[in-house]
Design a protein around this ligand. Structure first.
Ligand code: ADP
Ligand code: ZN
Ligand code: ZN
Length: 662
């Protein structure tokens, strides 16, 4: 009797045995259709065996091994096994989640001949471009990266914005392609930065370049994934999910903006694509390149302690770095959030026909609606969060659960008909600027305004055509765009991000402000950045003004060492949620008891409600676990998980390894 052990997308940390008498070793990695309860499910064969611990009466027989797509290689399965083990997430769910959605279902995938046409780039067909001559700094970084292409080495390319990091990636990719291999380029977000895809296609006209991200149609995603797996796609450009794409001839992995939090998945399978990429490169034995102007402290620490090779780029190409200035707003009455200094600067730049960007970290009209007679504020009944006023669509919206409500005519508590919007959002600033400079010259760019299909393309035309004089936007504008005529950046509510309970807040804020500032002055003239703040002496703004990431990083590292925070320790969170907070907290208290005999040199903290305890009607709590040794923490988590799996509680729980949000 032949048994296959199958990974299925079910929340159980086990493989499932099925009888399949024709099975051979060659079936490992194949997709298979099996009966599961009353359903037919697709799974992946992870192993074969000659016997099963399931009694033969209860052992079911597999339906079909699917031969319509190539099987996963042992190295692909190994990476998934590692990820499942490291993140304590069920192997079946991890394996199936790595496949494009169409391959998780029993229907056959599109045939590969049809594919070639289906996969023709929908966007502009770029003309071929050639590589510029590298600057000496770029040259040094590139030769470091390419020093030993057949050996694993992590590289950190720390380069100020506009220093030509992308050009280094492209030339490194060119070398890998010339050697007949494939390149994987991971970026935080693609759908809003189509320039990069255009750039890559233009640079490698004879090569198949495919994108992998969640905004693709299911069909495109399958086709592109299969092209990566077959080796036909020579460059894979993707978001975090692409880190698992099978690539038989992988020669390099590059992670742009490696500090970006979007590389970590924040629900279910909480993997870090950046960290998986490093593991993957080490297993394949190829270089991995992490690039950023403001690396995560974890990566920076690895670079200064010699585990990663550090290349620095200190010069911006073609223009000096922008001059950055704090505008002290203490004691000033702001007009619609704008200081006199910023208003005057905007006047000047508009008069000169140069573009400006007003950055505000909040979409909507105002973050909250308030009653001044009784203190009522618009809250979401499903979340511990406020409802944001969206004036355009005349609704209050929760940005966490999507709940929407009509704007009340009067205060629900005291009847006061004069409810006031408090604070600024992008819509309000857009409105104020439109009054000053005319509606057609002001363009708002946030998640709401780019949502309609093709909206972003229309906006790009208005930006590049010069029609838009002032852009008002959130951080979606901070990433990877090149606006050649944009010379002034104003930042409105930076302080709100400065003092947060999360120990990573300053690191994140520096990264965000550096990126936003980096939009200014890319077209040859020096840009200007005005940051409105009530804390102009704060060391973070000081570092930003001097554009000295390393000085600030050293400061933060010293604090982290003192407080025994990462990267000087390793963390995991046990997250629990339930309809009642008490249930979640009780589960966590029980988890501490369960840890008693196994928590050798592992510190467990008291269970606490999450930073936002209620979300979409569920109450959430968490328990922090810390250990200096990663392997000891891992061993503990494995044993702890097994104990927790046996407990019955109405709380749902998950382990978040290397959490980014505490
Ligand atoms: P980064 O990724 O570091 O922000 P980019 O790679 O986008 O920087 O480079 C900034 C600008 O400089 C781009 O317009 C790019 O085409 C240009 N550039 C990069 N390297 C060179 C070079 N060696 N010579 C001329 N222009 C370059
Ligand atoms: Zn009231
Ligand atoms: Zn809500």
């Amino acid at each position: 009797m032949k048994i296959i052990k199958v990974a299925l997308d079910v929340p159980l940390a086990t493989l499932f045995d099925y009888r399949h008498d024709a099975a051979t070793e060659l079936d490992v990695g194949c997709r298979v259709v099996v009966p599961f309860g009353k359903k037919r499910l697709v799974g992946v064969i992870m192993e074969t065996a000659d016997s099963s611990s399931v009694t033969s009466g209860r052992l079911k027989t597999a339906f079909d091994v699917l031969r319509d797509s190539p099987r996963l290689e042992e190295s692909d399965l190994e990476l998934l096994r590692f990820a499942s083990h490291y993140y304590h997430y069920p192997l079946g769910a991890a394996v199936m989640g790595s496949l494009p959605p169409q391959l998780r279902r029993p229907r056959p995938p599109p045939s590969s001949r049809k594919n070639a046409r289906g996969a023709a780039p929908a966007a502009e067909l770029p003309t071929a471009s050639s590589a510029p001559t590298l600057t000496p700094e770029q040259e040094r970084a590139l030769s470091t990266v390419l020093a030993d292409p057949n050996r694993f080495q992590s590289h950190l390319v720390l380069g100020v914005t506009g220093s030509g990091k992308t050009e280094i990636y492209l030339q490194a990719i060119a070398a890998v392609l010339a050697a007949g291999r494939q390149a994987l380029l991971l970026v935080p977000e693609i759908s809003l930065t189509p320039q990069l895809e255009t750039l890559v296609r233009a640079r490698f006209p004879g090569m198949r370049v495919v994108a992998l991200h969640s905004a693709l149609s299911e069909h495109e995603r399958t086709v592109n994934w299969l092209a990566a797996q077959s080796g036909h796609a020579r460059v894979v450009l993707g978001t975090r999910l692409a880190v698992f794409a099978p690539m038989p001839r992988l020669g390099i992995i590059i992670i742009d903006e490696e500090h970006d939090a979007s590389f970590k998945q924040t629900d279910r399978f909480r993997y870090s694509a950046r960290d998986i990429a490093v593991v993957r490169a080490s297993r394949v034995g190829v270089p991995v390149v992490l690039g950023s102007a403001t690396p995560s402290l974890e990566s920076y620490f690895n670079a200064v302690n010699g585990r990663y090779r550090l290349s620095t780029l200190t010069q911006r190409i073609g223009a000096p770095l922008p001059s950055i200035e704090c505008v002290d707003t203490r004691g000033e009455r702001l007009e619609d959030g704008l200081s006199a200094r910023l208003r005057q600067a905007l006047d000047e730049y508009v008069a000169r026909g140069e573009q400006s960007l007003v950055f505000i970290n909040r979409r909507g009209y105002a973050p909250v609606l308030m009653c001044h007679s009784c203190g009522w504020i618009s809250g979401c009944h499903r979340c511990s969060a406020k409802l944001v006023l969206h004036l355009g669509e005349r609704r209050l919206r929760c940005h966490h659960c999507g709940h929407a409500a009509a704007i009340p005519q009067a205060c629900a508590d005291c009847g006061n008909p004069q409810l006031a919007p408090m604070g600024q959002g992008t819509q309000r600033v857009e409105g104020a600027l439109s009054q000053r400079y005319g509606k057609s010259g002001v363009l708002r760019i946030d998640r709401d305004s780019v949502r309609p299909r093709d909206a972003w393309n229309v906006m790009r035309r208005r930006i590049h055509g010069g029609e838009a004089k002032i852009l008002v936007g959130t951080q979606i504008l901070a990433k990877g765009h090149d606006f050649p005529n944009l010379n002034l950046v104003g930042v409105l509510n930076a302080d709100s991000l400065l003092y947060s309970a999360d120990f990573r807040a300053p690191e994140r804020l520096l990264a965000l402000l550096t990126q936003v500032s980096g939009r200014a002055g890319r077209g040859g003239t020096q840009g200007k950045v005005l940051i409105q703040t009530e804390f102009p002496e704060h060391s973070l703004y000081d570092a930003l003004k001097r554009q000295d990431y390393r000085a600030f990083a050293e400061l933060l590292l010293a604090e982290r060492r003192e407080a025994a925070f990462p990267p000087f320790t390793h963390q995991a969170l046990l997250r629990a949620e339930a309809p009642r907070l008490q249930t979640a907290l009780e589960f966590l208290r029980g988890a501490i008891v369960a840890a008693r005999d196994i928590a050798n040199l592992v510190t467990l903290y008291d269970p606490v409600p999450a930073a936002m305890p209620r979300r979409a009607g569920r109450e959430r709590a968490q328990l922090l676990v810390q250990c200096e040794s990663r392997s000891r923490l891992q061993q503990f988590l494995g044993e702890w998980c097994r104990k927790l799996e046996g407990r019955s509680s109405s709380a749902r729980w998950i382990i978040d390894v290397d959490p980014l949000e505490l």
